[in-house]
Write a protein that binds this ligand. Structure first.
Ligand code: PHE
Length: 462
């Protein structure tokens, strides 16, 4: 059951909405390879660490840190950081989840069928520009998330995941085949898999920036639901005799496969229409796949099924975000599940309205500037704060906790009992102790340095 719940959390908007547009924006092949490396040496070790902590403590993240560290304030605070990340991420995740539900209804109604690329862009931009449409679908998505969390995550949900997740995989397979046959296979695959390494350290204007590398690392956390304790929560569901490394590898492989399949489906179409792969941003999946649905036989049905399954994948991730927040209030503060869900869900919903209005009523409000000095909309800024600061900081401490702090016997028992392989264990321990904290520490320093400009001074030769 763990695999299903964990895959349900990992696979979501991160794979199908966010990864493809990041791969496009940050230059294709080199970014994709950097991302794969980050999954292997940062994501996978931290995934193992979180499951281990969760299974040992059998508690929510705040409780788990507090129990294993015997109430140490510092480590308990790391658990709280996770709860805060859940709040922040779910607020805008629900807005984008709302877009997918909106597109489900648009597909069923045939709104974008047989439209040209210009019109399809317009449909997306009109959706963003309409504050009511944004608020309504955000509310629908958040209400669905709260509804399921009230009834408890374990019951029922897994049966759905068991059916719908394979369907999503099959449907993506169909879209990939369609893209390869009817779209521009050479253009799409070439962009995604032939690296131009210079793109990893430069922006569109050719100036030095560490941003693409940092984004690849940050996304490894986001896509595997790491750094905030979602996998600690689900690790507590893993049976005593199941292997942690095998489960973690399985989840990471599935998650990566979905992201790559979605990207192939999208970029073969991008090149077929001669669109600019770097330009689309958060609208990519909503602007490109409808082009394919307009052309292919049965496109209306396939498009409707696709956005329905995507909404569902987003929902199972949103549930894991809310569960981290709610579980803390239930276990550690003895609130009733219903009370905790309604109160916390409502607070998150209100916070999310700021993201929902970030492309319309509040379009002139920008929180952060990106490297080019351009202001970023609220939703994009909040996403950056969560993905590139909050999750990596949480992940950094989780790696230190699992690698150094917890008792050797606990690590041995969790990773070696049963089918545990010694070689994997040794490699994991080494990477988690030394490599992962250093790499993630550098990521955080570089992010902070963006405002100081030291690296730019060193690498940019200015
Ligand atoms: N992993 C989810 C996705 O890729 C998002 C998520 C992040 C869920 C953090 C839970 C915790 O869509």
């Amino acid at each position: 059951m763990f695999i299903l719940a964990a895959a349900g959390s990992a696979i979501g908007l991160g794979n199908i909405w966010k990864f493809p547009y990041m791969a496009g924006k940050y230059g294709g092949g080199a970014f994709v390879l950097m991302y794969l490396a980050c999954i292997g040496v940062i994501g996978l070790p931290i995934l193992v660490a979180e499951i281990l902590i969760g299974r040992d403590a059998r508690k929510n993240p705040v409780g788990a840190f507090s129990v294993i560290s015997r109430g140490n304030r510092f480590w308990t605070a790391v658990g709280f950081l996770g709860v805060a990340s859940g709040f922040v991420i779910l607020s805008y995740y629900s807005v984008v989840g709302g877009w997918t539900v909106d597109y489900f209804t648009k597909s069923a109604a045939g709104s974008y069928l047989e439209a040209n690329p210009g019109r399809i862009n317009e449909i997306f931009n009109q959706m963003l520009a309409n504050p009511w449409e944004q608020a309504v679908w955000h509310t629908v998505f958040m209400a669905a998330t709260m509804g399921i969390v009230i009834f408890g995550v374990k019951e029922g949900l897994e049966r759905w995941i068991e059916v719908l997740m394979p369907l999503l995989l099959v449907l993506l397979g169909v879209l990939v085949v369609y893209g390869l046959v009817a779209g521009d296979a050479a253009g799409g695959l070439g962009y995604l898999f032939i690296p131009d390494w210079s793109k990893l350290v430069t922006n569109a204007a050719g100036e030095y920036t560490p941003r693409p590398m940092l984004e690849a690392m940050g996304h490894a956390f986001f896509t595997l639901s790491l750094g905030m304790g979602a996998m600690i929560t689900y690790g507590s569901y893993l049976g005593d005799h199941e292997s942690i490394p095998a489960s973690a590898v399985m989840v990471a492989l599935l998650d990566t496969a979905i992201a790559l399949l979605a990207s192939i489906a999208i970029f073969t179409i991008v090149f077929q229409y001669g669109l600019d792969p770097t330009a689309a941003g958060p609208g990519l999946v909503f602007q490109v796949l409808p082009l394919a649905f307009s052309q292919m036989p049965g496109g209306r049905f396939i498009g409707t099924a696709f956005f329905l399954l995507l909404s569902f994948a987003a929902l199972t991730s949103a549930i894991s975000l809310l569960e981290v927040v709610v579980a803390h209030f239930i276990d550690d503060r003895k609130w009733a599940r219903r009370t905790a869900t309604v109160i916390m869900g409502t607070v998150i919903w209100v916070l999310g309205l700021f993201s929902a209005f970030s492309y319309n009523l509040l379009e002139n409000v920008t929180l952060l500037e990106d490297k080019e000095g351009q202001g970023m909309p609220i939703l994009d800024s909040v996403d950056l704060i969560a993905t590139n600061y909050m999750l990596p900081i949480g992940g950094f401490f989780i790696a230190l906790f699992a690698g150094w702090f917890i008792k050797q016997q606990v690590r041995d028992r969790q990773l070696l009992d049963g089918s545990g392989s010694r070689a994997f264990y040794r490699a994991w321990l080494f990477v988690t102790r030394y490599f992962t904290p250093v790499a993630v520490g550098l990521l955080i320093l570089f992010m902070i340095d963006k405002h100081l400009g030291i690296a730019e001074w060193v690498f940019g030769g200015k």
